[in-house]
Design a binder for this molecule. Structure first.
Ligand code: MN
Length: 184
């Protein structure tokens, strides 16, 4: 069952769980394809909006990491870790490098987050907060041109900002395996 369906099935007027409780997910999958990259994905309207980040995310606000906007992925893909066989699109090994919840900056509910993300995708500026195992705090994704697929992923300066290379934390958050261990 998708999170969307789960939410539809809840009657928030009859349960103590507030509608504003955050359930939107993000995931970063380290992907050893023809070129190693990190797929950064945010749940919006039942799909995973996706960017391929060649150098991976950074916690240093001075870094601006190129993020190529790629096709949406199904929500179920967020937990995929394993091998995409040779000959298939994206062939190679996939690790769930980080995952967690996210919300749009200054949003008060998931529905408000999704509205802000839809607007941001049109305008080319997204501002959000990640609550992952590795990635935490405020980030921005900024499009470099009007029609361009090229965006920049940037850490905003907050208490989680750091000059330490976060990509050195190199184990799956799902299985604690390295990429070579996953590809065995
Ligand atoms: Mn990929």
């Amino acid at each position: 069952m998708s999170l969307k369906e789960y939410r539809k099935k809840r009657d928030f007027s009859k349960t103590p769980e507030p509608e504003g409780k955050r359930k939107l997910i993000f995931v970063v999958q380290k992907h050893a394809a023809s070129h190693l990259h990190y797929d950064f994905r945010l749940e919006v309207d039942g799909v995973l909006k996706s960017w391929a980040v060649p150098k991976g995310p950074s916690m240093n606000p001075a870094d601006k990491r190129l993020a190529i906007h790629v096709e949406d992925h199904p929500l179920d893909y967020a937990s995929f870790e394993g091998i995409i066989p040779a000959g298939n699109y994206g062939a190679g090994t996939v690790m769930v490098w980080d995952e967690g919840l996210y919300s749009a900056y200054n949003s008060h509910s998931d529905s408000e987050t999704e509205k802000l993300m839809r607007e941001g995708l049109r305008k080319g500026t997204l501002h959000f907060i990640l609550l992952g195992h590795k990635l935490k705090g405020e980030f921005s994704l900024v499009r470099m041109g009007n029609e361009d697929k090229q965006w920049l992923l940037i850490k905003m300066d907050d208490q989680y900002a750091s000059k330490k290379d976060i990509t050195k934390q190199d184990l799956s958050v799902l299985t604690k395996r390295t990429l070579p261990e996953i590809s065995k």
